[in-house]
Design a binder for this molecule. Structure first.
Ligand code: PMP
Ligand code: GLN
Length: 382
């Protein structure tokens, strides 16, 4: 049977591969990005209560008004930006879906989309599934900052969009206002649309501030901003997220969304709407303690730290003092021989570019991090 390939990625996504390998070898899983600790009990019971109270039928296509309103209030409070819950917010089954839907709403065959690599692994397949082509520009290690001259040079009359991600997976780098201004300069006088993947918006460390595309009025007018509840409430398995975009882009987004999944899990929307109103310890403080703890433990291993993560769930480290294996081979070896699973950073490059870096997820219980580092201390140097 001949079936169309739809995209150029081969094999299974690295997150599935490494989590399966971790399970197979009984390794501590610091690969795929998900917390191993419990969610807030109030959120868990709100979900059960919503189902028991009968909120079990289809929610409105754009999402529960209560939840869209709560999101708008949260953006007003946290970023001082006014968002219209009716015409600018759409609830989605996670951010991956929102990214695909935004691309599908705007891309035509033959279009080009600029992607800064390393990049989250769904972007390029999603672009190609819409008949468009990814134009990849590398970010440079160790700071992984954007080479704006290269971005400007990559723009052609076919460029329809650029996708950006701050805080960044896998490097933990965050954008400054200068980056947003440079992007505005680059796309001014074009029809380029911005997809701003901000799933780690609340995970920013060392008193830094996340700057959202929504805070940049010129860019906001041409942007989809994409979010995931999984990263804020430690419930990645709920697969809940949302898209904020100006009314014309939201209309285009919903035009696709209504026929892709139509609407999203109702009890989860109720539970999240209620939970948004609760005062909780900011997730960035909890996660910063984990990052700091992990980094201080890792100082006793042969892995090399170039730059502490400014945000996200992830810390990238070099194994230059341990091996000169390819990173995929190294990650597999580390899982099998030392019982710690990580993600090879080359998986985030379409070319397979390999800087001998691996990504650790530190969104874990302290004891998980400690047990992992005990194992990593045994890894010999060259
Ligand atoms: N974008 C980035 C950068 C991610 O790391 C992830 C993974 N959480 C997503 C999007 C997808 O989020 P979700 O699980 O809500 O689909
Ligand atoms: N975003 C998570 C990561 O980068 C995992 C998402 C996934 O498994 N697709 O590890």
């Amino acid at each position: 049977m001949q079936l169309p390939q739809k995209h150029s990625a081969t094999g299974t996504t690295i997150f599935t591969v490494m989590s399966a390998l971790a399970q197979q070898h009984n390794a501590i899983n610091l690969s795929q990005g998900f917390p191993d600790f419990h969610i807030d009990e109030r959120l868990a019971s709100a979900l059960g209560r919503a189902a028991a109270d009968g909120y079990n039928q289809y929610a409105p296509m754009a999402g529960l008004p209560l939840l869209r309103q709560a999101i708008a209030e949260s953006f007003q409070k946290r970023y001082n930006v006014t968002v219209d819950p009716d015409t600018e917010v759409t609830i989605t089954p996670g951010a991956t879906y929102a990214i695909y839907t935004a691309f599908t709403a705007i891309l035509s065959p033959g279009d080009e989309v600029i992607v800064l690599e390393p990049a989250y692994d769904s972007y390029i397949p999603n672009i190609e599934m819409n008949g468009a082509r990814a134009i990849c520009i590398p970010l440079s290690a160790p700071s992984f900052s954007v080479d704006w001259q290269r971005v400007r040079n990559a723009i052609t009359p076919r460029t329809r969009a650029i996708i950006v991600n701050t805080p960044h997976n896998p490097t933990g780098a965050i954008w400054t206002i200068n980056d947003w201004n440079m992007l505005a300069d680059a796309v001014r006088d074009t029809d380029i649309i911005v997809l701003s993947d901000e799933v780690y918006e609340q995970l920013v460390y060392d008193d830094r501030q996340h700057i959202s595309v929504l805070q940049h009025p010129e860019l906001r007018a041409r942007s989809f901003a994409l979010y995931s509840f999984g990263k804020v409430y430690n419930n990645t398995g709920w697969k809940m997220g949302y898209c904020i975009a100006p009314p014309a882009l939201t209309t285009a987004f919903r035009r696709i969304h209504q026929f892709l999944c139509f609407t999203v899990n109702t009890p989860a929307q109720y539970a999240l709407a209620q939970h948004l109103a609760h005062a909780t310890e900011p997730i960035h403080s909890i996660m910063q303690r984990k990052r700091d703890h992990f980094l201080s433990l890792m100082a006793h291993t042969p892995f090399t730290l170039h730059t502490p993560a400014q945000g996200s769930y992830f810390q990238v480290m070099s194994y230059e003092r341990i091996s000169d294996m390819h990173d995929k081979q190294f990650a597999e070896w580390l899982t099998k021989e030392y019982g710690v699973a990580t993600i090879p950073v080359s998986a985030f490059y379409s070319s397979g570019h390999d800087d001998r870096l691996i990504r650790f997820c530190f969104a874990k219980k302290e004891e998980t991090l400690e047990q992992a580092v005990e194992r990593l201390k045994n890894v010999p140097t060259l």
